[in-house]
Design a protein around this ligand. Sequence first.
Ligand code: PLP
Length: 356
Amino acid sequence: MKKHNFYAGPSIMSQFTIEETAKAVKDFADMGLSILEISHRSKQFQAVMDETVALFKELLEIPEGYSVLFLGGGASLQFAMVPMNMLIHKAAYLDTGVWASKAIKEAKLFGEVDVVASSKDRNYNYIPRDYTVPKDVDYFHYTSNNTIYGTEIRKDPEVGVRMIADMSSDIFSRPVDVAKYDLIYGGAQKNLAPAGVTFVIVKDDTLGKADRVIPTMLNYETHVKKGSMFNTPPVLPIFSALQTLKYYKQLGGVKVIEKMDMDKAEVLYNAIDSSKMFVATVPNHEDRSIMNVCFVMKPEYKDLEKDFIDFATERGMMGIKGHRDVGGFRASLYNALPMESVKALVDVMKEFESKH
Ligand SMILES: *Cc1c(COP(=O)(O)O)cnc(C)c1O
């Protein structure tokens, strides 16, 4: 039976990425050796690193003066590295979920943090709108896509100060005006590569301003100077990232991908909104994520949730159980997920409904 992959992360990768990675594990760049057993300083791997950075910059139209880094530690290490390197006196943070609050917790270790707004009062099922960001902050930090709750900020906010964003789960799903940001980061395991690599886009001239001791490995300047090769980088995930970027370019780039993602999300949200049994957890359509669609059963059908998961899993729908903080179901529709899978899920939902 065909499996449809709705896992939230690590998550579906393009077939192209998986096949090219499998080939390189057997024989990389006609070296007669696996990519797993060669030096990261070989000219063959250096070529992979250079091409990955170049294609990343090309696809996101990153302006001059920015570096793209590939580091370890996940997005979670960035929660601390960002304020360690960039927080001088005060920073503003928007609290839209668990990941955002984890970033806030780390920032507080390094300076004053102004949490300008929070949607915690309704279990993070909306994006706060009425807030102002003080002009005297070093940066405004937000999470563009809230993977757990299925909310998303799809337009670069206009807040009048330099921005930093965690784009772990929606990078390459829309054009980004990178010039408005000092830094953008994310774990790669949602829209880019297997787990193990973190991307960082950083404006070079913002570095070196914080007046504190920064350990070498946690200093962005180290990695900018050494082109992400200060120590051994995550070689295989970087190779896979390059394959995904090639696949994105071949699809036509981020604008084309955005249209495909919007179409997929529309099909699923329409099915949920017109159903007698299911209801989306995010009421405001503008706040709904096109990457992670969260839904539950209406109160009168609540006791059928477990049955639906079993029913859907038996029919090849993998990873649709909701996060424990939200319950119900979550279908992640990342870039590599085909429309065919969304339609298959909708069919299974309709079939289940007709039986009850
Ligand atoms: C998955 C995720 C994280 C955590 O990433 P790690 O690489 O596991 O540290 C952080 N932020 C967002 C928005 C995520 O989706």
